[in-house]
Design a protein around this ligand. Structure first.
Ligand SMILES: *[C@@H]1O[C@H](CO)[C@@H](O)[C@H](O)[C@H]1NC(C)=O
Ligand SMILES: *[C@@H]1O[C@H](CO)[C@@H](O)[C@H](O)[C@H]1NC(C)=O
Length: 456
């Protein structure tokens, strides 16, 4: 049985007044954490989903604020049998009732990035970009989605730490944001919505990053950890090196999933799912999100939107066409269902030791920066009206940055190498048509510069 069908049954059983007037939405059981696993009630929950950002980061539109975009895609999601989508850009000044409710009706949860191209941390200037306008936008995104039972989680950042050692200090500010988000959710009396980070799979610092987000006090530890993996391309468990990625995380204390898994040699058979749902992985990993749903210039998609790549990708309402990989993905979803039982998850998962400073990791034992003073009022008053996706931007509001840096350690210049970089983070706004890591990284750097100029 497809998971969606199963979830719909759950949804139907728990539906509150889901009459034709749509007065109340379908309620899904909120996703919670026990040990290193996700749960839906007392049943283990596996992420079996897709990354969903029609137009890519360059278009920077919110697909959940427009029923002409989300509704036809939700029909496709049902055909695929997925249970989670990740959306990278959402507009915190807009209403999402119809799309979120339609997703709930389909048994689908959303994992949402709380930042967007104009309101995000700057990986090379993290201190100045950790400021009040940034947090206002992040918190306003929480306000916009906290009311939906199918908001599974928020990402506190996507690939902020990257190849070079000088980007690892940005981990401090991302983790501070992660902490602030948890505190905000609590202060505003929302239900416990999970908050975690989506990391780049950089060989030199992925384990440090993972342990860093799971170390320290419970207020500072994330609720889960995710990373973007591009190592499997019509491959297998061992060739892709996933066996080693299971061993590396064997004792890790947080739920773990792949926030992107992808390959753009489009003859994919999606056997990744076989391994993700196999006992080879399930005691350590909780599934993953296939990168990605729409066909963009970087060539990963399974659905083509007519006209979607024209005019900067601003119009994503065109006809949907299923590409060959759509059927392949649907078939894999059907063939490799979530396992039953708890798969031997680690019930006693605990905090990690904070990683020591190394040639590749600059954070050392430094403490987190305090929240910017101007942002403290949001805990009592709420974040107010969100700036949306086209506001003045936050990255250069350095005068409203935190006045504390935590304790700092020196930053070195050791280069990273061997990166499986995400086309999506690298692309925050670029046209991700280049398929080599170095290009993608310089694209990201360039992009931040462009955004900075826009923000001024
Ligand atoms: C499970 O692991 C074994 C040993 O590494 C490997 O040979 C096999 O292909 C894996 N199967 C799956 C479905 O990942
Ligand atoms: C970060 O380090 C890399 C590699 O050493 C270097 O090329 C780059 O200029 C540095 N960036 C900044 C902003 O310091």
């Amino acid at each position: 049985m497809r998971t969606a069908a199963l979830l719909s049954a759950v949804a139907a059983a728990t539906a509150v007044n889901a009459g034709p007037t749509r007065a109340r939405a379908t309620e899904l059981e909120p996703i919670t954490v026990k040990g290193n696993a996700f749960f839906q009630g007392d049943k283990r929950f596996y992420v079996r989903g897709v990354d969903y950002q029609p137009g890519g980061a360059a278009a920077n539109i919110d697909p959940l604020a427009d029923t002409k975009i989300c509704l036809p895609d939700i029909e496709k999601f049902k055909k695929l049998g997925i249970n989670v989508i990740r959306v990278y850009s959402t507009d915190n000044s807009k209403d999402h009732d119809e799309c979120m409710n339609a997703l709930a009706d389909a048994g689908i949860y959303a994992v949402l990035d709380a930042n967007n191209p104009l309101y995000s941390l700057h990986r090379y200037e993290p201190h100045g970009s950790y400021n009040t306008p940034y947090l206002q936008s992040v918190f306003a995104t929480i306000d916009a989605f906290a009311k939906y039972s199918n908001t599974m989680a928020f990402f506190s950042g996507n690939e902020v730490v990257h190849d070079f050692k000088n980007t690892t200090l940005a981990a401090k500010y991302t983790k501070a944001t992660d902490r602030d988000m948890r505190r905000y959710i609590k202060a505003r009396n929302y239900r416990k919505i999970l908050v975690g980070y989506s990391a780049a799979d950089v060989k030199d610092n992925i384990m440090e990053t993972a342990t860093y987000f799971n170390c320290g006090s419970d207020e500072e530890r994330s609720d889960f950890f995710a990373f973007n993996d591009y190592s499997w391309c019509t491959s297998d468990f061992v060739t892709a090196g996933w066996d080693k990625k299971v061993e590396a995380f064997r004792d890790y204390g947080l739920p773990l999933f792949l926030s992107e898994y992808g390959c753009n040699k489009n003859e994919r058979n999606f056997r990744e799912l076989e391994s993700l749902m196999h006992s080879n992985m399930t005691s350590v990993y909780s599934g993953g999100l296939m990168y990605e749903y729409t066909m963009e210039r970087n060539d990963f998609g399974i659905v083509e939107i007519k006209g979607g790549q024209e005019n900067g990708g601003k119009d994503q309402t065109g006809d949907r066409k299923e590409l060959d990989e759509f059927a392949a993905f649907a078939e894999a979803m059907e063939k490799y269902p979530a396992p039953t039982g708890d798969a031997g998850y680690n019930k006693n998962a605990k905090a990690s030791e904070c990683p020591a400073e190394t040639d590749h990791w600059a954070v050392g034992t430094s403490t987190l920066p305090d929240i910017p003073e101007g942002a403290l009022k949001f805990f009592d008053e709420g974040a107010g009206k969100g700036p949306g996706l086209n506001g003045p931007g936050s990255q250069w509001a350095v005068d409203q940055a935190s006045t504390s840096e935590g304790s700092d350690t020196s930053s070195g210049t050791t280069d990273g190498d061997d990166t499986e970089t995400s086309p999506n983070a690298a692309m925050r706004g670029t046209i991700p048509s280049l398929d080599t890591a170095p290009f993608l990284v310089s694209g990201a750097v360039l992009l931040f510069t462009v955004l900075g100029a826009v923000a001024l």
